[in-house]
Write a protein that binds this ligand. Sequence first.
Ligand SMILES: Nc1ncnc2c1ncn2[C@@H]1O[C@H](COP(=O)(O)OP(=O)(O)O)[C@@H](O)[C@H]1O
Ligand SMILES: [Mg+2]
Length: 251
Amino acid sequence: MTAPHALAVEHLSKSFGGFRAVHDVSFHVATGEVTALIGPNGAGKTTTFNLVNGQLTPDSGRVLVAGTDVTGRDPRALWRGGVARTFQITATFPSMTVRENVAIGVMALAPHFWSLQRPASLSGSATDALLADVGLTGMADLLAGTLAYGDLKRVELAMALANAPSLLLMDEPTAGMAAAEREALMTLAVRVCKARGAAILFTEHDMSVVFRHATRIFVMSAGELVATGTPEAIRRDPLVREVYLGKAAAP
Ligand SMILES: Nc1ncnc2c1ncn2[C@@H]1O[C@H](COP(=O)(O)OP(=O)(O)O)[C@@H](O)[C@H]1O
Ligand SMILES: [Mg+2]
């Protein structure tokens, strides 16, 4: 028997009022695989992410994480179950240090989080390991609010990895960054996730980043999955060119 996929979505659909934001979408992400979900604005990418991490409940269809049906579970339960997420808008605490920001994620997973015990001793080494992985050891005692945007994104990555995820969802992780920074952040995310055995599903508008890092790409348009394939196949797919890539993919 083969190992279950990190993620499988089966016939997912979600409407808002009468509007079909996501319609009959199915795909899988293998264990440790790096995949990208692309498509024009309004295609349904963020809604799909929200369905996968429990922010939204599908009207129909199923979400399986590591072979377990998690459809309808809330984000907290999914987070404990190994689904991590970064957001388009950075969600860090500016008046706390970098280490404290990352420690919150580590502590939240510890069973003693809600007791009066100091959890620092439980979480210290895990926090330090995460800080080292994303190259922030030297900035650990700085207030997050004083960091440059690219460094904050690394704090957020370390926070997201605190639950030792099997799947990391990154919705436009490089929004607002310069081209060189975008490349550096994704290189770091892929390296750290590979080392930890975590699969990645990310959305990204910079096609050079998508083609360089994703081993498979899922293309959405108007709520539907219109293509799945390797970067080479997606680059050549005439339908994909039509719905999304346009002139950017022309030879
Ligand atoms: N909560 C909501 N209520 C109504 N419409 C929504 C809601 N969330 C998303 N939509 C609509 O669903 C479509 C897909 O949105 P979204 O998933 O955010 O697309 P993407 O992330 O690909 O840009 C858009 O037309 C958007 O306006
Ligand atoms: Mg979106």
